[in-house]
Design a protein around this ligand. Structure first.
Ligand code: MRU
Length: 352
């Protein structure tokens, strides 16, 4: 399994796998300051909601080291936190991790701890977020594999794998667990235009790890459901509202509609850090819009008139009524979502 990132404790450097170069080149970017991590998040060198969260936690450690001697240490750290969370607006794990580390710094400061002591604790917490992410994904994998049928033929969209997390993956973690149990017959991976996370990353990591995978283009999803015996869809999430509405990579909503039309259960797999309990519905989820060239070009080659208008939302929102279940590390949540997500919030309080 490929490593998404590595924290080098001795020289306080975050190594990030440059996912923009995969699958051709496997190269790590050494990040020694928080701004380099922010830029990596913006460029999608590190991407996927849980991976962004863990990278943001390490960025807070780097940032705290940079302002350790500032007269107003907490004020300076808060500015870093606020700046960092602007890097990408949709994946809530980014704000979750940055806010969690800042709240810890505030708490430790109240107890009269010096900045160097606070930084030590921030580092421990960032490492814990990283380590726990893998453990949470494995739990999600067990719960998710249990809801899949024998001989599962699963369609997935974008990359919610080891590369989108600290390891194992959310949606692809479910598929890894199902594969380990001998339940997985085939995964159909949408290529995921415009940035091809499905082709470059999902096909790559499943193929490398010996899971059965077939790559399709996005416009083949409905026909593949009709002709290839798809019996489940499993995707990840970037933000889940309190009523179960779920933001994920653009194209997910269309996949959910096609699954509904074919009577195929559509599952989301995501950790509690991807829930935004503060928003009532998907209407409140900010949707990132990215550069026009991502639509007008295929990688670096221009494929459309230079001046044509474009619309490039990076995410869409799938309404809760299209979702058969949300697979979390605490179990699988089904409708009624408002009540059951409230219960999850209670159950997972210590995670926030
Ligand atoms: O733009 P990206 O590549 O960060 O989008 C990623 C996705 O939409 C993933 O499906 C989502 O973050 C789930 S990651 C486990």
């Amino acid at each position: 399994m490929v490593e998404t990132m590595e924290w080098q404790q001795a020289d306080k450097t975050l190594l990030l796998l440059d996912q923009t170069k995969l699958p051709q080149v496997c190269e790590f970017i050494p990040c020694k300051d928080y701004l380099r991590v922010k830029v990596a998040i913006q460029r999608l060198e590190v991407r996927g909601a849980p991976a962004i969260g863990a990278a943001a936690a390490f960025a807070m450690v780097l940032g705290a080291r940079e302002v350790a001697d500032a007269p107003d240490f907490l004020g300076a750290l808060d500015k870093i936190r606020a700046d960092l969370i602007t890097a990408r607006p949709t994946a809530v794990n980014l704000a979750w991790a940055a806010n969690k580390l800042y709240a810890l710094a505030v708490e430790l400061n109240k107890q009269d701890n010096a900045p160097y002591k606070i930084i030590k604790e921030l580092e421990k917490t960032a490492i814990k977020i990283y380590d726990e992410d893998i453990a949470r994904n494995k739990k999600m994998g067990e719960y998710g594999a249990a809801v899949l049928p024998e001989n599962a033929v699963v369609l997935t969209h974008c990359n919610a794998g080891a590369l989108a997390t600290c390891g194992w993956g959310t949606a692809l973690g479910v598929l890894r667990s199902a594969h380990a149990q001998g339940k997985l017959k085939m995964v159909y991976a949408d290529e995921t235009r415009p940035l091809l996370q499905g082709a470059r990353l999902t096909a790559y990591e499943l193929y490398e790890d010996g899971l059965p995978v077939t790559l399709i283009t996005d416009n083949m999803a409905a026909w593949t459901m009709r002709t290839k015996g798809i019996n489940a869809v499993v995707v990840g999430a970037d933000r889940i509202a309190a009523n179960g509405d779920t933001a994920n990579k653009i194209g997910t909503y269309g996949v959910a509609l096609a699954a509904k039309a074919h009577g195929i259960p559509f599952y989301i797999a995501a950790p509690v850090s991807t829930f935004d309990f503060s928003i009532a519905s998907g209407a409140e989820i900010p949707i990132e819009e990215r550069a026009a060239d991502e639509v007008k070009c295929f990688r670096s080659e221009q494929t459309a008139p230079a001046g044509v208008a474009t619309f490039n939302p990076a995410f869409d929102v799938t309404p809760a009524e299209l979702i058969a279940g949300i697979i979390t590390e605490y179990g699988v949540i089904t409708a009624p979502y408002i009540e059951n997500i409230k219960r999850l919030q209670e159950q997972s309080k210590e995670d926030f």
